[in-house]
Ligand binder design. Structure first.
Ligand SMILES: [Zn+2]
Length: 287
């Protein structure tokens, strides 16, 4: 942690002096660092104003995902969903973050059935029984709001619906189990335990990420158990948790478009995602 003048105004934007505000956080972090835990750079700890901006962007993302509940129907193409979200994003004075990000050609990701993530909207017509994931990231006033969820297209099988439900529970339980000033390990542990209990596998090659001021920031959020010490969860951090849970193998293949990730055995993959902010008492869902 960088040295800060004790009498300077605090970096968090509280208008208090540092010695009466975040110095307490930094002292705790220094102790964890001595114990061998990675700690966040101060740039990863958002100011009060930044959190306010990120919150607004996340609320827009959430609204668009909510609205899609009434829009997604069998026979619709994933391009039509993309175009609807694109225009609504612009109408709300925001920008779709995926468009042109590392040459991604569309404004959202649409991942159907065996597609794990990063599916590209196309002329594919949704069929009755499809499991669709829509992943939206808005940029509003420079701040990022990232979330995804599953949509059941018409009537889906009980098995598919159950897998989606357990995936959502993995996300929710991992958020509930977050305590500030513990290590990020708890997230992967919670997700893996719940998924394995229901005989699903957890995708390892993709994870959550810090976000807010940029699309992808540190740290990488692992959705599975790790034995080494991960970063200390600190008030002011903003990151996504976005478990991808598979019916069969956790192994993925990337298609020739360079983006679309599918399960190696072509079995169902489901994903739910929130952006969260760490507070003094836990985690608050922003999306
Ligand atoms: Zn402060």
């Amino acid at each position: 942690m960088e040295k800060t003048n004790r009498n300077a105004s605090c970096r968090c934007g509280s208008k208090k002096k540092y010695k009466q505000c975040c110095i307490e956080i930094d002292e705790k972090l220094n102790e964890f660092q001595r114990q061998g835990y990675p700690i966040p750079k101060s740039s990863l700890l958002k100011t009060i104003d930044e959190i306010e901006g990120i919150k607004k962007s996340c609320q827009l993302t959430k609204k668009l995902l909510n609205d899609l509940n009434d829009i997604i129907k069998p026979g619709m193409t994933t391009n039509e969903i993309n175009n609807w979200v694109h225009h609504q994003t612009l109408k709300n004075n925001a920008i779709p973050a995926p468009l042109n990000y590392k040459n991604f050609p569309k404004s959202i990701c649409t991942s159907v059935n065996e597609v794990v993530c990063h599916g590209i909207p196309s002329e594919y017509k949704l069929e009755e029984g499809d499991m669709l994931n829509v992943d939206i990231t808005c940029i509003l006033n420079g701040f990022y709001g990232d979330s995804c969820r599953m949509y059941e297209v018409g009537n889906v099988s009980n098995e598919a619906s159950q897998q989606s439900k357990i995936t959502k529970e993995c996300l929710e339980k991992s958020i509930q189990n977050i305590t500030p000033f513990t290590a990020l390990n708890i997230i992967g542990e919670t997700i893996e335990n719940h998924a394995h209990k229901h005989h699903y596998s957890v995708v390892k090659v993709f994870g959550g990420h810090g976000t807010g001021n940029k699309f992808h920031e540190d740290p990488f959020i692992y959705h599975y158990k790790l034995n080494y010490k991960q970063m200390i969860i600190t008030p002011g951090m903003v990151f996504t948790i976005e478990p991808m849970i598979n019916e069969g193998t956790d192994e993925c293949i990337i298609l020739e478009d360079g983006w679309t990730a599918i399960t190696k055995d072509k079995k169902l993959s489901t994903q739910w995602e929130h952006t969260i902010v760490i507070t003094n008492s836990g985690a608050t869902i922003l999306t």
